[in-house]
Design a protein around this ligand. Structure first.
Ligand code: FES
Ligand code: MG
Length: 577
């Protein structure tokens, strides 16, 4: 990294503040309007803090305080911090799914950075889609960038038992549906499951994406594992504030950090932590922003050699707080050192290998030894077949093993409403061997691929004591979910993918070892069905939903907007006049 240090005149913000013309006069006088003296901002790196705080994002409720700590660091290092609020995308509240708005936030991040006098960027995210969205925008802009992960919340607590976000909700909800849980117990669970600021503390999408952002090199070592309420977290924030000013002078940009090797590292970690299936879609999108093509086969190829060593729910037993005490991500990376490209650069100016040198695991139950993994391989599996020509994914560890090689008759739901209406009908023609199929839940059909892929087990099957069935959809599922759920079937049914052609009673084979998803209907019959297939009416005539339907790519391509994927040319700078 031997670029010459920038001079103040070479700062991007110099065009706004440093020149002698009428516009620059305006920029300076308006900054002074906010009470800043010229010596506080002239010639200094302007650091944008993209803050995804809102009263509708419970996972980011500590961000108002963290903003102050980032600013403190920026001031200390001689920068000028400015907060730019961005869409907050609180996972529990946004309907039908935050995924519909990931690209909107990505676009907002890109345009916020582009249009303002900014030299460097701190991204504040953590709740599910905020991390990939912010990174996507920042990668396209390619200014020096550091990411502050929100950090996981504390462990949940219920009558002395540990509770995990999401995972235990599904589990206890199934028990409640089965009639085994009183109103009082249900209320006590509600009181105990979310005890502090921070993201879901299972290995859901948030914890997964925070870890992958760190692996890619976008935050300071160990940052992604620190629980939000731990005092190490504000110290991380001020450290990021100091470091971002420095990398503006060094001109260390996302394009200096990202490479195919960095993405392979991220995939390796994703597999070793048995990360959220959502991360596949996000990593593909991030890579494409960086001009790197990641196909699903890369995930599958690496999956064969990467052991699952993080024993964290939903795949394992522990929670992110335990992971932190066990040494956190640096310790896990150190355990995987021989599987990683250690020379990849990171934002602290050192390589991944240098950052993890000396990192130790303090608890072998939470971060397992390589010779005692949760599973020797297979954190994720990519399936293909006539039902998913462009791929589908499953998390084998989250499924009951007996279902990983299964053939059964399809029971088809046209869409989510149809499923909700009929799933608990005592007359539903369903057996534990049935394969539940949900159509019209993909990127365009959902819209936004909602997390509907973990279809509920029908009540009458629950009553038989069965807790898992094969389920297939073009939807996603929450990273905290589990079950034999085949997800992200591509192309999706709404645009005429083969999933649209399945009918009740068709036999379907799921063969995870063979990586196969097969619909036992011959080609001629499928052709007949395709000819008779009528496309569902468009879901939106206007607005963002319409834009989404026109431009969102399929799951195997990352669900980005086609017009946002970055070409070889840099994003154009705004003209200032
Ligand atoms: Fe915010 Fe799970 S709801 S991370
Ligand atoms: Mg989630």
């Amino acid at each position: 990294m031997s670029k010459p240090r920038k001079t103040p005149e070479q700062l991007r913000s110099h065009r706004w503040f440093g020149v002698d013309n009428m516009r620059a006069f305006g920029h300076r006088s308006r900054t002074k309007q906010m009470g800043f003296a010229a010596e506080e901002f002239r010639g200094k790196p302007v650091i944008a803090i993209l803050n995804t705080w809102s009263d509708m994002n419970s996972c980011h409720s500590h961000f108002p305080q963290r903003v102050e700590e980032i600013k403190r660091g920026v001031w200390q290092a001689g920068g000028f911090p400015v907060v730019l609020p961005a869409m907050s995308l609180g996972e529990p509240f946004v309907k039908p799914t935050t995924m519909l708005y990931r690209n909107l936030l990505a676009m907002e991040a890109e345009e916020l950075i582009r249009s303002h006098p900014v030299d460097g960027v701190v991204l504040m995210g953590g709740c599910d889609k905020t991390t990939p969205a912010l990174l996507m925008g920042a990668i396209s802009m390619n200014l020096p960038t550091i990411y502050l992960p929100a950090g996981p919340m504390l462990r949940g607590n219920y009558q002395g038992r540990t509770l995990g976000s999401g995972s235990d909700v599904w589990k206890y909800w199934a028990e409640r549906r089965a009639g085994n849980l009183s109103d009082a117990a249900w209320a006590a669970l509600e009181d105990g499951i979310a005890r502090s600021a921070g993201t879901c503390m299972t290995m859901g999408t948030a914890a997964t994406m925070m870890a992958l952002a760190e692996t890619l090199g976008f935050t300071l070592p160990g940052g992604s594992s620190i629980p939000a309420p731990d005092s190490n977290h504000p110290r991380l924030a001020s450290g990021i504030g100091r470091r971002i000013v420095e990398i503006v002078w060094e001109d260390l940009k996302p394009s200096d950090i990202l490479s195919r090797e960095a993405f392979e590292n991220a995939i390796t970690v994703d597999l070793a932590i048995s990360g959220s299936t959502n991360s596949i879609v996000h990593l593909v999108a991030l890579a494409r922003r960086a001009g790197i093509e990641l196909d699903l086969e890369t995930f599958d190829r690496l999956s064969a050699r990467v052991p699952v060593i993080a024993d964290i729910r939903p795949a394992g037993r522990f929670l992110m707080e335990d992971f932190y005490y066990a040494g956190g991500l640096p310790a896990l990376l150190a355990r995987l050192a021989d599987l990683l490209h250690l020379d990849c650069p990171t934002v602290n100016g050192r390589s991944l290998g240098e950052n993890i040198a000396g990192a130790e695991v303090y608890n072998d139950e939470v971060i397992r030894a390589r010779d005692n993994p949760l599973s020797p391989s297979g954190g994720l599996a990519v399936l293909r077949g006539n039902l998913a020509p462009r791929g589908a994914v499953i998390k084998p560890l989250a499924a009951e093993a007996r279902l990983l090689d299964h053939t059964g008759p399809a029971l088809v739901f046209r869409d989510y409403n149809d499923m909700e209406k009929r799933i608990d009908d005592p007359e539903l023609p369903v057996t534990p061997d049935s394969v539940l199929v949900l159509q019209n839940a993909g990127p365009v059909g959902g819209p936004g691929m909602p997390e509907w892929g973990q279809l509920p087990i029908p009540k009458k099957i629950l009553a038989q004591g069965v807790r898992d069935m094969v389920r297939i959809s073009d939807a996603r599922m929450s990273g905290t979910s589990y079950g034999a759920c085949v997800l992200h079937v591509s192309p999706e049914s709404h645009i005429g993918g083969p999933l649209a052609l399945v009918r009740d009673g068709d036999l379907i084979t799921l063969d995870v070892a063979g990586r196969r998803l097969h619909l036992h209907v011959d080609d001629a019959e499928l052709e007949r069905r395709r000819a008779a297939w009528v496309a569902p009416p468009p879901r939106f005539q206007r607005g963002f939903g319409w834009l989404n339907a026109q431009h969102m790519t399929q799951a195997d391509q990352g669900c980005d907007f086609d017009f946002l994927e970055t070409g070889p040319e840099p994003v154009p700078e705004p003209e200032i006049h």
